[in-house]
Ligand binder design. Structure first.
Ligand code: PLP
Length: 384
């Protein structure tokens, strides 16, 4: 974790640490994963054709017109967010790039940003990188719900913004309309900017529905919606993400994007645009079918060995209670699991500011069938 505004203390993430430990023993890496969905020929050919057609140059500061138009239409149809492709969308180097540009545009050093924990580490380090200060609020089990008294108590005159991640990495929490409405009223009351990371928007299970905060009137003018196609199209290396922003922030965020990244790779932006325009509902439904089975398989396995999973509603990670696993903290417990079963997970300390993650590890189930089968087989032999 970074010290405030000190990039020299950027350390190797626990996820990379565990991946290295896993490689050493030739284990099965459930500490990280990629969605591994087959790359659609539409997307691939869209990018090839863009290259063939000479679309290999810098793009407009906010991305190519075709992609912004495709995102605007998709946002209206799927997210229920009405946006103008020329005034509300900035395409950037993945959701990560979009969030960084947005932070640079609206935060100044010393501004406080409320973060729900368990959190996604990049959110915190991005805040540190712009000199902002994360203020942590724990979500409460069993449903990772918000305690509004805690929220009220953490506000200071420096509180500028709040971060939502739905569906969440790592908890899989999917905020529903009632919780978002309460949260929206709070944000209006405290005049907060809202960042919402929705990169897993299509990874939602059971009867849950993805709700974008910006689709609700209370959030609309104060919300920066961050998303992208790394996960949905399984193109994490393409670096195509975006943010949907209120009109008055569009040029600033776009020009910062131009300054830092210049643009997301042009032909890949065209490829993603073709994917958005041509893929049918079947594609998105198949994501849910594919992942819900994997989720259930791993949750069943964990239940059988006495590691209680907090069953996720979305994304593709499972947080699990490792109280029964030997070790004095989550790192030791994750190492115990790795050494005994050859299955790597991420220690909870990667997702909490204090000791809240001591009895938690995170497993990723975005794995090919064979690998997940093997991981479950190994875990079932674990003696606790
Ligand atoms: N946001 C969340 C919550 C993530 O979990 C990840 C990747 O793990 C990202 C953003 C990264 O997205 P991108 O590849 O578009 O930068």
């Amino acid at each position: 974790m970074l010290k405030k505004n000190n990039l020299q203390s950027l350390i190797q993430s626990e996820i990379r640490n565990m991946s290295l430990e896993c490689d050493k023993i030739n284990g099965i890496n459930l500490s990280q994963g990629i969605s591994n969905l087959p790359l659609s020929p539409f997307i691939k050919n869209g990018a090839y054709e863009a290259i063939e057609n000479g679309l290999n140059y810098y793009t407009r500061f906010d991305g190519v017109q075709e992609l912004r138009e495709a995102i605007a239409e998709k946002s209206y149809n799927y997210n229920n967010i009405r946006c103008n492709p020329n005034k509300n969308i900035v395409v950037s180097a993945g959701a990560t790039g979009a969030f960084y540009c947005a932070c640079l545009a609206v935060l100044k050093p010393g501004d406080e940003v409320i973060i729900f924990e368990p959190y996604y580490g990049y959110h915190i380090n991005t805040l540190y990188a712009v000199g902002a200060i994360p203020r942590f609020i724990k979500l409460n089990l069993p449903n990772w719900s918000i305690n509004f008294t805690d929220l009220e108590n953490i506000i200071t005159e420096k509180t500028k913004a709040i971060m939502i991640c739905t569906p969440s990495n790592p908890s899989g929490k999917v905020f529903d309309i009632e919780e978002l409405t309460l949260l929206g009223n709070f944000c209006v009351d405290k005049n907060l900017i809202v960042f919402t990371d929705e990169i897993y928007e299509y990874f939602v299970y059971d009867s849950k529905k993805h709700v974008s905060p910006a689709s609700l009137d209370i959030f609309r003018d104060r919300t920066i919606t961050i998303s992208g196609y790394s996960k949905t199209f399984s193109v994490t290396g393409w670096r195509v993400g975006y943010c949907i922003v209120p009109e008055h922030l569009h040029e600033t965020i776009g020009y910062i994007n131009d300054l830092i990244y210049v643009c997301s790779p042009s032909p890949l932006q065209y490829g993603v645009a073709v994917g958005i325009n041509k893929l049918t509902q079947n594609y998105y439904t198949s994501i849910q079918e594919r992942f819900i089975n994997k989720r259930n398989q791993l949750c069943n396995t964990l239940n059988q060995i006495g590691i209680k999973p907090f069953v996720p509603e979305g994304a593709y990670y499972i947080l699990a209670d490792v109280t029964n696993v030997p070790g004095i903290n989550s790192k030791e417990k994750a190492m115990f699991i790795l050494n005994e079963s050859k299955v790597a997970s991420v220690p909870g300390l990667a997702f909490f500011s204090g000791n809240g993650g001591d009895n938690i590890v995170r497993f990723c189930y975005a794995k090919e069938e064979e690998e997940l089968d093997k991981a479950c087989e190994n875990l079932l032999k674990l003696k606790l």
